[in-house]
Write a protein that binds this ligand. Structure first.
Ligand code: ADP
Length: 734
């Protein structure tokens, strides 16, 4: 089917023809035949790189040409940026009726307690599912104008963490805009028809791929495929390294999936020695540039470790990396400078980073409850599906590694020849339901218990299960909300001011209840006590407590015992251990706000730089929430902690002590440079002006100094003879 034959505005057709897309891929053509452009709901369950995004684009562009607006929901922030960048290329496409302008695209991933009304002027808005949920809770007005919803990675309905939010958000959106077109994009899962049925969508189910995929298992010196073998030269005693070298020899790149971060780092290091021997001069120079960028963007030993690997043409990639490093690694791989990335499975979950060969070094993963467990077929397919770059590789290959013939046979049976599992709603538990029941009531989607039942009947959970069982859980949630004064009434369910606030803050009501209780009880509010209060909530990610840490943390608790709201008795062992883990998490945050450098923090807590930022992000949101709750319940508190929580929120944001807040609040000044200025007597905006550009340049470097002066309203006109050196004589103050 030709792009030109589609009922789309000329500008759209031209856009695609100019980008070299003339013919639709078979699954895309099937989607058109099933009414994609006429506005039918559609679920496309097809492999990665088979053109799902383009399919969604066609529906969105058609809708916009008829005056509509599209919302594109993704599971991860990184994916939101990727899609946002892609859709920005429509800025030259003019399809809006009566308006002679290109398409406007917005992205919404930030603060939870905001409406982002300003985004409403866009034609396409990209948002994570959590952010979409929070926009609905905050009753953002443009939500009602949405005519097309795209849900990327809809199979994540099955995820215990994120599935319930996605499910409830979709249910709300369908209630809010019943005539909205829904395009759901999914990996191939066992029961795609069931999801399609729930969404009242036509199903496009296909295994078609633009680049063929050969799935094999390495055993006995060969990669064994169905019906063929590929001999691998045993150059080293590491099978995966040998497979990698073979790929490079064929001109390809490799993605290696490991079961843990530690293994992904050690593979990148190990492979580096051999890969570096294969690099030409040009690539070496290009890699040296990447190394510089990595060092510039890193404060920790991990940056040096990564730099060492990248110099050799290898890299590791996991959630412990900071976001700049992740981007450098991804871009370096896309531009074929980095030859191999060894990664935890995070990379398979969404980023568009295909490679000629994918090596799955471990098909087992650690589960805290059950130890090492084989991964689901769906995860295997997601990883294997990364093999083969469309238009660049003649084919893609995925390789599992077996140690025995029997293991190989098992891998063929259980993965290569198996279909992905069915997906199941995870909405049925109290933990999943509590928050969504509150928001459903607050936003008026249900105002009585019967109304709630009706709402639940519309979820994917009810589509798959009888609902009689779930009403017990719903009643437990309602009791909890009433007991904690978030809800009133038996017949009519009325949210209280507290309930409304908890819902818009986007925190679990259990977190809200802990915070309110703690704020009322706290007598001696200190940094560690307040940090612990947020670390106790189910919304906080928890650090793992090692057995040899219990005593050290216990000593800290004893030394500060009057600062914690409540300490469980030591006799309740499990509870006490859990408490110590919460304190450990609070101690990490305390180091962060006390300006401890990242390197010792990462070492002490055995985490990556990216983790510290992730902890700080969640903590900032929770401290903000606690600050807002403190404002609401002020009369009931024995001590006014509002100022303290508000200051702590800022300190968590910047990772800085109170005295630095004025300086770090100036854009472009991080905590390290701010500290340098402060320790040299430059403590306020006024004192920056007094000190002058020359002095400030000496302390924090000329480039940053210039930015800083511009930021505080002193616009500079620099005509320095030597590049990089600024001359205060040329400064003109406005
Ligand atoms: P998915 O979202 O399924 O991973 P994408 O839509 O991102 O896949 O498509 C993968 C690549 O294939 C993109 O570079 C896209 O431009 C290209 N592509 C998609 N459809 C076509 C087509 N019909 N013809 C040629 N290239 C296409």
């Amino acid at each position: 089917m030709k792009i030109e034959s589609l009922d789309l505005p000329d500008d759209v057709i031209r856009f695609y023809l100019d980008s070299g897309i003339e013919e639709l891929y078979p699954p895309q053509a099937e989607a058109i035949e099933k009414g994609l452009i006429e506005g039918n709901n559609l679920l496309a369950a097809i492999p990665t790189a088979s053109g799902k995004t383009l399919l969604a684009e066609l529906a969105m562009l058609k809708a916009i040409s008829k005056g509509g607006k599209a919302l594109y929901i993704v599971p991860l922030r990184a994916l939101a940026s990727e899609k946002f960048d892609r859709f920005r290329s429509f800025s030259s496409v003019s399809v809006k009726p009566g308006e002679n302008r290109g398409l406007r695209v917005g992205i919404s991933t930030g603060d939870f307690e905001s409406r982002d009304e300003w985004l409403g002027s866009n034609d396409i808005i990209v948002a994570t599912s959590e952010k979409t949920d929070s926009l609905l809770r905050n009753e953002t007005s443009w939500m009602q104008e949405i005519t097309t919803i795209v849900v990327d990675e809809v199979h994540l309905l099955d995820s215990a963490n994120r599935g319930p939010t996605l499910e409830v958000t979709l249910t709300k959106l369908m209630k809010l805009n019943p005539n909205c077109q829904i395009i759901a994009l999914s990996a191939t899962v066992g029961n795609a028809y069931e999801v399609a049925d729930w969404l009242k969508a036509k199903l496009v189910l296909s295994e078609w791929r633009p680049t063929s995929l050969r799935e094999g298992v390495y055993y006995g010196g060969n990669i064994n495929f169905h019906g063929s073998q590929k001999l691998i030269d045993p150059r080293t005693n590491d099978d995966a390294v040998n497979i990698l070298l073979d790929t490079l020899e064929e001109g390809g790149q490799c993605l290696v999936f490991e079961s843990s971060r530690k293994n992904s780092v050690s593979f990148a290091k190990r492979a580096g020695a051999k890969v570096s021997e294969t690099l030409d001069k040009l690539t070496r120079n290009a890699l040296d540039e990447l190394v510089e960028q990595i060092i510039e963007n890193g404060e920790t030993e991990a940056a040096n470790e990564l730099a060492k690997c990248v110099r050799n043409g290898t890299a590791f990639h996991h959630a412990g990396l900071n976001s700049a490093h992740r981007r450098i690694v991804e871009d370096g791989f896309r531009s074929n400078k980095i030859k191999v990335i060894s990664s935890t499975p995070t990379l398979a979950a969404g980023l568009n980073l295909p490679a000629r060969r994918v090596i799955i070094r471990s098909y087992r993963r650690y589960d805290p409850n059950y130890g090492m467990q084989p991964i689901p077929v769906l995860d295997y397919k997601q990883m294997a599906g990364r093999a083969g770059r469309p238009h660049l590789d003649p084919y893609g290959e995925s390789v599992l590694i077996a140690k025995s013939y029997d293991e190989m046979a098992g891998l063929f049976d259980n993965y290569i020849d198996s279909d992905a599992e069915d997906i199941w709603s995870k909405l049925g538990s109290e933990n999943a339901l509590r928050t969504h029941i509150l928001s459903t009531i607050v936003n008026g989607f249900a105002t009585t218990r019967d109304g709630l039942l009706e709402f639940i009947e519309a979820t994917f959970f009810a589509h798959q299960n009888d609902t009689w069982g779930i009403m017990d859980v719903v009643d437990e949630c309602l009791d909890f909300l009433r007991d904690n004064k978030m809800l009133e009434g038996d017949e009519a369910l009325l949210p209280t001011a507290l309930g409304r606030l908890v819902s818009t803050l986007y925190i679990d009501p259990l977190s809200g209840a802990y915070m309110v209780d703690g704020l009322k009880k706290i007598k001696n509010p200190t940094t560690i006590g307040l940090l612990h209060l947020i670390c106790k909530t189910p919304d906080m990610r928890q650090l793992y407590l090692r057995s040899n840490e219990s005593e050290i943390i216990n000593d800290i608790v004893m030394a500060h015992s009057d600062e914690f709201v409540e300490i469980p008795p030591r006799s309740k062992e499990m509870e006490y251990e859990w408490f110590l883990a919460e304190v450990k998490t609070a101690l990490l945050l305390q180091d962060w706000v006390d300006e401890k450098p990242l390197d010792p923090i990462t070492e002490k807590f055995n985490v990556g730089e990216g983790d510290v930022h992730a902890f700080a992000d969640i903590a900032e949101w929770l401290m903000h929430s606690m600050s807002r709750l403190a404002g609401l319940i002020a009369p009931e508190m024995s001590t006014d902690v509002s100022n303290q929580t508000a200051l702590l929120e800022k300190r968590i944001h910047y990772g800085a002590s109170p005295e630095l807040i004025e300086l770090v609040s100036i854009r472009g000044i991080g905590r390290v440079r701010a500290r340098k200025l402060y320790d040299n007597g430059i403590k306020t905006t006024d004192s920056i002006k007094e000190a002058g550009l020359e002095r400030v340049s000496e302390l924090i470097g000329p480039k940053t100094a210039l930015k800083l002066f511009n930021e505080i309203g002193l616009h500079l006109d620099i005509r320095s003879e030597e590049p990089g050196k600024v001359n205060s004589q040329t400064m003109s103050s406005l």
